[in-house]
Design a protein around this ligand. Sequence first.
Ligand SMILES: O=C(O)CCC(=O)C(=O)O
Ligand SMILES: [Fe+2]
Length: 355
Amino acid sequence: MAQATSTPVTSGKEPQVANIAVIDYEKLLAKNPAEVAKLYEACAHWGFFYLNLEGEQTKEYLDNVGALFGAAKEYFAKPLEEKLKDTRKEIPVYNICGYKPMGSLGLDEGNMKQKRNGSENLRVPLDLFYNPDAQPDLYFPEGMKQHEKQFTSFIKQSRGMAIRVLENLSDHLGLQGEQRFEAYHKSDEISTSSAVLQHYPRTKLPEGTSAGHFTHTDTGSITVLFNTEWGLQVFSPETEEWEYVPPRDNCAIINVGDSLKFISNFQLKSSLHRVVPASSHWVSESRYATIFFLRASNTVRFTDTEGVNWTGGEWLDAKFQNYRRAHMDQEKNAISTGKLGFSGLWDGAKDAVAA
Ligand SMILES: O=C(O)CCC(=O)C(=O)O
Ligand SMILES: [Fe+2]
C-alpha cells in the first residue's frame, strides 16, 4: 500500500452549509400537520433533511447507533486479509452483502478524475431477517458476528422509521391503497434494502484512490444516515453549488433516493451528494458512517430520468455496474448522478481556493 497522497484542505473561511430542514420525529409519529407539510417540502425541494430523534422512544436506538460506530471502528482496524474473508465477489449478493474493499480491489470509481473510491464498507441485507428462505445466498459477515444483535435491531428500527416517513408523505399527497409509497416497500417482498457501515480513511489510502465517496444519488427510496465527521456535501438545488451537511447531535440525516423520486413521478428529489476531505472539520484519521438504505421491492416497476423502465432489482444492478465504469463513460447516461454529462467530480485544488 502506498502512503498518503491527499491531505485535508484547510482555509480560514467557513465552508458553506446546506440550509436543510430539521424535522421532529415525535411530531411525525403524532402526524402533526405542520410537521408533515415541512417534511413534504424538504423532500420535494432538497431531498435531504435532519430527523431529530431526541426523546425517550428513540434513546435506545441512538445508543445502538453509537454501539455500531464502535463495532465499525473495531472491524475496519482488522488486517485486509481478515476482512476479505467476508467478501464473496462471485455471487450477485456481493452488492448488498459482506465486505467491500476500497481502491483498485473495490471496483468503484472515486470522487476525483481517474481515482478509485476511498471507502471500504460492510453490508448486511434486510432480507437476512425478513425473507431468509427466499434467498439462501445471503449471509451475515463472520467478522461482525458478535454484533449481529445490534445490526438486527438497527435494521428493523431504521426500516420502521423510514416507513413512517413514507406513510406521512403518502398521507400528505392523499395517496390510497397500492399507490401509497409504503406499498412499494412491503416487508414480505424481496428487496435490496440493507445496512452499511462505511469507513473513510483520510490518509494512507491505497495508490490511485481519492479520500471520500464518489458523487451519486442513492439507488433506493429512503436513506437513514449517521456519520462522525464533516465531509458529506449535497449539490444545492438553490445555488447548484456543493454545500456541506454536517453531522448533528441526536439527528439522523435522511435523504430521498432514486426509486422514491421515480415512484413519486419526480415530485420528490433524489439529491446528488458525495463525500470529500476538503473541510478543516474532518479532523480525525478515520471517518465512519452507519447507514440504512430502504429500497423498493425487486419487482416494483418505475421509469427513470431518461424514460427507461426498470424493476427495483434491475435498477440496483444497473446503478452499481455504472459506478464501476470510467467517469467519462458514466457521463454518457444519467444513471449515477441523475444528470446526463455530469459526474460532479471533486476538484481538490479549485475547491481549496473556494472553501
Ligand atoms: O458517508 C456519508 O456521509 C454518506 C455516504 C453515502 O452517501 C452513501 O453511502 O450512499
Ligand atoms: Fe449516498
